[in-house]
Design a protein around this ligand. Structure first.
Ligand code: COA
Length: 182
């Protein structure tokens, strides 16, 4: 299995179709993925995708969305992790973990990302915990299309990854995502 990184701006139509196809089978109940590759937030040209390949088959996927969020300690640059999935036929072979580890290395080597931040269901919390992610107790506030602000995904768990090597403490209090969630 090979893990590769590619920026949104460098993805061609064929790869975009492969990502969309993987997400449709990995998230069969997620209606967003029937028509597009993201949820709520359009990828930025510089956002990296981390892909696991078995030959010509795309079997794992992680998207990292760059965002500056507002915290009680000031602005923080986060790598918003989203669309984490693997092909049902390749579960348990390290595809998702490989992509998550590549995303963590990207954040640690970046000179501008302070933390990773993701939102997940209770059933996958331990998957992320095994990769060094911690539960964030914060309320994360997302802008809605109508301009109002609402806590992210009621019932979801927010988790963070310290990409600053302890340089910055994870802030308490509310986090304003400065836009929609991802
Ligand atoms: C969750 C998901 C990404 C895991 O992918 P995967 O390819 O099976 O995971 P990997 O093979 O890379 O890693 C397997 C490891 O993760 C662990 N793991 C997998 N799913 C887990 C879960 N739900 N809870 C805890 N650990 C989990 C396995 O026990 C295994 O541990 P080990 O390495 O210590 O043996 C995959 O099941 C999936 O795509 N689910 C549907 C989409 C989804 O829910 N994504 C999460 C969105 S927040």
């Amino acid at each position: 299995m090979e893990i590769r990184q590619i920026a949104e701006r460098d993805m061609d139509e064929s790869l975009k179709r492969q990502v969309a196809a993987l997400q449709r089978v990995a998230f069969p109940n997620e209606t967003h993925f029937k028509t597009k590759r993201w949820v709520h937030t359009l990828p930025l040209p510089e956002d990296p995708w981390f892909h696991a390949w078995e030959g010509n088959d795309l079997v794992g996927n992680v998207w990292l969305h760059h965002r500056t969020v507002q915290t009680i300690d000031g602005p923080r640059n986060v790598g918003g992790i989203a669309n984490v999935c693997s092909s049902p036929a390749h579960r348990g072979t390290g595809a998702a973990k490989g992509c998550m580890r590549a995303a963590a290395a990207y954040m640690e080597n970046s000179d501008h990302i302070d933390f990773g931040l993701l939102f997940c269901g209770e059933t996958v919390r331990h998957f992320y915990a095994s990769l060094g992610w911690q539960v964030a107790g914060n309320r994360c506030l997302a802008r809605q299309p109508d301009g109002t602000v609402k806590p992210v995904h009621d019932g979801c768990v927010a988790m963070y990854y310290d990409a600053s090597a302890g340089r910055l403490p994870w802030p308490g209090g509310d986090i304003d995502l400065n836009g929609p969630d991802w």
